[in-house]
Design a protein around this ligand. Structure first.
Ligand SMILES: NC(=O)c1ccc[n+]([C@@H]2O[C@H](COP(=O)([O-])OP(=O)(O)OC[C@H]3O[C@@H](n4cnc5c(N)ncnc54)[C@H](O)[C@@H]3O)[C@@H](O)[C@H]2O)c1
Length: 258
């Protein structure tokens, strides 16, 4: 990307697990657009992987441990951000999780525990993070999250995650109203299927890729860079009039009927 749309901006990216992560594509594009970045990782197992990836960026970036289900972790991230970056202009929430057993077969069988887990990690975390980040955005800002069409259509095997994404998209609208007076915008990107670690947890995921390639108006799947470019638009002043929105980056698949 040649435009320095985020020149002078500072932000935090949550959700990098490896080089295929949507969060990593967004981070690379944000860096190219001129942003200074901080990152989080979930659990010691991922720490080294994320550290290795960050070595590929020209400037050193702060990296904090953060399990989004832990209020203590979120408070520590806020404290560290204040110390390292002072204020921030944007937050990228690219985090989701559900038990594998709840991403296959019948939604009817979803357990109470599995339902709560998916909601806590994949939906409530956006609200908790927005509350943590807002005081760090005194001049306004942009918060984005990643969602999927399974929030509004019953997509085979997406099950409990579809319900969590519906709650996430609704949270985007309520947060947009609450944070609008502070000029903090909150939007979601609804990405088409992309082969990542999280996606591979969904039973029959390759079938979803095939269907989109056959039926979407663009007759292909989206590239992760296309999602990242839309993210830069939502993070940048180019989208200053947009909040509470769900923007589809899915080769047009969601508009197709028969
Ligand atoms: N890949 C797709 O097809 C697709 C499509 C639409 C939306 N999305 C969404 O994009 C986002 C990113 O997923 P991805 O596809 O890049 O996969 P990914 O596996 O690379 O990223 C998921 C991230 O969530 C993090 N995470 C899970 N539980 C966490 C917790 N308790 N605390 C902190 N972090 C936690 C993981 O560490 C990982 O970094 C998710 O919200 C996903 O639902 C993905």
């Amino acid at each position: 990307m040649s435009h320095r749309l985020l020149e002078g901006k500072k932000g935090i990216v949550l959700g990098v697990a490896n080089k295929r992560s949507i969060a990593w594509a967004i981070a690379k594009a944000a860096h190219e657009a001129g942003a200074a970045l901080a990152f989080t990782f979930q659990g010691e197992k991922l720490k080294e992987k994320v550290e290795d990836l960050l070595k590929g960026l020209p400037a050193p970036c702060p990296l904090y441990p953060c399990d989004v289900t832990s209020d203590e972790d979120l408070a520590l991230v806020a404290e560290s951000l204040r110390k390292d970056l002072g204020t921030i202009d944007f937050l990228v929430h690219s985090v989701a999780f559900a038990d594998r057993a709840d991403l296959e077969g019948s939604f009817l069988n979803t357990s109470r525990k599995g339902y709560h887990l998916a909601q806590d990690v994949s939906s409530y975390s956006l609200t908790a993070l927005a509350r943590m980040a807002a005081p760090l955005m005194p001049s306004g800002g942009s918060i984005i999250t990643l969602t999927y069409l399974g929030s509004e259509r019953a997509v085979k095997n997406y099950n409990v995650m579809g319900v969590a994404k519906a709650a996430l998209e609704s949270s985007v609208r309520y947060l947009a109203v609450d944070l609008g007076p502070r000029q903090i915008r909150v939007n979601a990107l609804s990405a088409g299927p992309i082969n990542t670690l999280a996606a591979r947890g969904i039973s029959g995921f390759t079938e979803i890729l095939d269907v989109v390639a056959q039926r979407s108006p663009l007759q292909r799947n989206v590239e992760v860079e296309e999602v990242a470019h839309a993210a830069i638009f939502l993070l940048s002043p180019l989208s200053s009039g947009i909040t509470g929105e769900v923007l589809y980056v899915d080769a047009g698949y969601h508009i197709v009927g028969i």
